[in-house]
Design a binder for this molecule. Sequence first.
Ligand code: HEC
Length: 105
Amino acid sequence: MQATGQPTRSTSHTWAINMNAANEVCINCHDTEVDTEEHLEEFIDGQAVPFQNALAVALDTLLNQYNISYNKASYPYFYDLNIGPTSAVKDWTRAEPLPRPMREG
Ligand code: HEC
């Protein structure tokens, strides 16, 4: 059950953090921070750069460690350069273990 009383999310299943997302998801935990458009904008603006940076690191790691490219304009978005630039990734496990910083412990 969503905060708005809906049984499931109907309009917030996108990347956009707008008032639909705020009312259906965020407000469950951040009631005063996302109650108006102005508050929502102030709340998320500070996180935008770190979020984009984290995505850039992830995509860079996929490309440089795993030879997997990302193209946001072309479904299914992730391509296995070991096979070819238009081959969708099928083997997400790869043969090599994860690099040390990504392992637990
Ligand atoms: C299940 C609870 C929950 C939901 C739902 C939730 N958050 Fe959070 N959020 C948290 C918690 C817990 C923190 C960490 C708070 C802290 O560090 O003091 C946090 C932190 C944040 C922060 C960082 C705040 C800061 O000052 O560092 C932002 C921005 C944020 N959430 C935005 C959102 C948005 C936007 C949504 C909806 C898309 C959302 N949250 C949904 C629990 C939630």
